[in-house]
Every structure is written in structure tokens, then in C-alpha cells.
Design a protein around this ligand. Structure first.
Ligand code: C2E
Ligand code: MG
Ligand code: MG
Ligand code: MG
Length: 290
């Protein structure tokens, strides 16, 4: 649903807009403009290995620094970008920005950056070649990335989506089923997907320290992931008790506000250094003697 700001101009996405409406056209042209005007921001949120507490990855999450509306969260423009097809350009922008961050983060021990894909991306036959061009340009291997796909994105057109997933997996990308448990993927279908990770929807994680049924669901989902040979990842880890429970349940990786909120990509390396107990790097131009 759209949120209304103080200015009447504050048109964030309302799924009720009809495709040709003036607001829709304005928002689309603003969004197109956003890339060239450097208004998109790459945020990263750390993922840790639950058993060792080590930083292992980060999820790329986009924000839109709008000149008058302020920092717009993805929930307010991604659905719109999906409906209009603009999301394909957005995905390429996010992917390239993430690739740019890779070398610095890999040097600090990070294994991979996760990037969210939409239904449109999965149905875009150009996607693998476009990703490949970016990897070459940035000098980053496909194995540096985990691509997160929701169940509904796959189930929309299962045959074409499955073919795309196989192409991406063959190119070296890891694949993750995002928000798992929220959709209705049949288990017989799940077992055919060439994925490496099940990311359990945060709705099941948030209360496992208080809700026994949620804890049961999470325990069995971790078991399911492992028996299919996938990593189990929890998102929405909001307190220490949840993390302790996830460790007991054998969950592989965790992400959530308790560990860190999504942060501007440029801050992530400093965060990782600090967490690893490494000294902060002197800011550029601080006049360190070599
Ligand atoms: P997602 O992929 O499931 O991403 C996780 C969302 O949960 C993020 O919201 C993150 O900030 C939030 N989150 C992480 N830890 C916690 C926690 O402990 N508590 C709570 N309450 N929330 C937590 P965000 O950044 O607002 O993104 C929302 C959704 O927008 C994402 O859900 C994803 O579906 C979509 N999105 C974000 N960036 C992109 C992108 O670059 N491309 C595409 N296609 N979709 C994106
Ligand atoms: Mg995600
Ligand atoms: Mg998710
Ligand atoms: Mg989600």
C-alpha cells in the first residue's frame, strides 16, 4: 500500500494505480532518472556463520535517496519496478555496485554477496550475459554471488524459471530461496531446484524465543534444508536469545538487526574490521607515513 507524505507530491507506489496514469508515468520517469542521477544507494547487511560467529556474507539491499522524499525503502518502489519491468535495470545496477565492493570485503574474509532477483529477472533471457559482462568488467567470479529468489518468482512460470536457475547455477552462482515458508512450493518441486540455500522467512524467526510452534517450524525447516543438501539461513534475528536457539537448532547462517542493520556499502568494510578486532584504517588523505 502507498504511504502518503506531507507533500502531495509524495507518490510512492500504490498498486492501485492504473498502468497509464500520470502518477505512474511520473514515478517511472523519476526512477529511470534515479540511476543516472546517482540517487540509488547500495546498502549491505552482514550474514554470519552461526556456529563460528564469523562474518561470511552480506545481502545487497537497495535504497533510493530521493531529492525531495528522502531515503525511500525498497518496499515502496521495487513492486512498481517489477510491474513496469524497470527492475531489470535496477538489478544490473545493484549487481555491479555489489561487484565493486567484493574485493575489499573478500579480503576481510567474506565469502559472498547476496543479490535479490525478481520474477522479471528470471524470465529475462539476457540476464546471464549481462551478469557475465559485469563480472568481467569488475574482475569478480560468479562464485562471489548468491542470488536470492522468492518462491513466488519461481512459481510464476516454473518451467522458464527453472531453466534460468540451471543456467545461473552452471555459470557458478549460488542460489537461495528467499522468504522460504511464505509461499507454497511443493517439496517435490523444491527438490528439483539447483539451489544452495534456504533462507527461512523472518516471520518464523522473529518469535522463536517465545513461540514454540515457530521453533518447531524452524527446526523442521532446517532439517529439510540439510536433508536436501542446502544451507539453512535465518533472517530477522532481532535478539541474542534467537541466535542462541538457532545455534542449538543447527542453523548455518544468520542475518538480522541483532547482528547489524543494513548499512551503506562504504561502511561495511569498517564494520567488518571492527568486528574482527582489526584496527581501523586511516581515512584516505589522513597523511599516514608509509
Ligand atoms: P528480503 O530480500 O527478504 O530482505 C530482507 C529484509 O528484511 C530487508 O528489508 C532487511 O532490511 C530486513 N531485515 C533484516 N534483518 C531484519 C530484522 O532483524 N528485523 C526486521 N524487522 N527486518 C529485518 P528491506 O531492505 O526493506 O528490503 C525489503 C525487500 O525489498 C527485500 O526483502 C527484497 O524483497 C526487496 N529488495 C531489497 N533490495 C532489493 C534489490 O536490490 N532487488 C530486488 N529485486 N529486491 C530488493
Ligand atoms: Mg533477500
Ligand atoms: Mg528475505
Ligand atoms: Mg522478505
Amino acid at each position: 500500500a502507498a504511504k502518503r507524505g506531507k507533500s502531495a507530491h509524495m507518490a510512492v507506489y500504490d498498486p492501485g494505480f492504473d498502468a497509464g496514469s500520470q502518477k505512474t508515468l511520473t514515478l517511472l520517469s523519476e526512477l529511470r532518472h534515479a540511476i543516472g542521477a546517482h540517487e540509488l544507494r547500495l546498502f549491505l547487511q552482514p550474514k554470519i556463520d552461526v556456529a563460528t560467529d564469523m562474518l561470511v556474507g552480506a545481502e545487497a539491499l537497495v535504497r533510493w535517496q530521493h531529492p525531495t522524499r528522502g531515503m525511500v525503502p525498497p518496499g515502496q518502489f521495487i513492486p512498481f519496478a517489477e510491474d513496469t519491468g524497470f527492475v531489470r535495470q535496477l538489478t544490473l545496477w545493484v549487481f555491479e555496485e555489489a561487484a565493486r565492493q567484493w574485493a575489499a570485503l573478500h579480503a576481510l574474509g567474506l565469502h559472498r554477496i547476496s543479490v535479490n532477483l525478481s520474477t522479471r529477472d528470471l524470465l529475462d533471457p539476457e540476464l546471464p550475459t549481462r551478469f557475465d559482462a559485469i563480472l568481467r568488467r569488475q574482475g569478480v567470479p560468479a562464485t562471489a554471488f548468491c542470488l536470492e529468489i522468492t518462491e513466488s518468482a519461481v512459481m510464476n512460470e516454473p518451467k522458464r524459471a527453472l531453466a534460468m536457475l540451471h543456467t545461473l547455477a552452471a555459470a557458478g552462482f549460488e542460489l537461495s530461496i528467499d522468504d522460504y515458508g511464505e509461499g507454497q512450493t511443493s517439496l517435490s518441486y523444491l527438490k528439483t531446484l539447483p539451489v544452495h540455500e534456504l533462507k527461512i522467512d523472518q516471520i518464523f524467526i522473529k518469535q522463536i524465543d517465545r513461540d514454540e510452534k515457530d521453533a518447531t517450524i524452524v527446526r523442521s525447516t532446517i532439517g529439510l534444508a540439510h536433508s536436501l543438501g542446502f544451507r539453512a539461513v535465518a533472517e530477522g534475528v532481532e535478539n541474542a536469545a534467537i541466535l542462541v536457539l538457532l545455534r542449538e537448532l543447527g542453523c548455518d547462517e544468520a542475518q538480522g538487526y541483532h547482528l547489524a542493520r543494513p548499512m551503506p556499502a562504504a561502511e561495511m568494510a569498517a564494520w567488518a574490521r571492527q568486528r574482527a578486532g582489526l584496527p581501523a584504517l586511516a581515512p584516505a588523505g589522513a597523511g599516514t607515513v608509509a
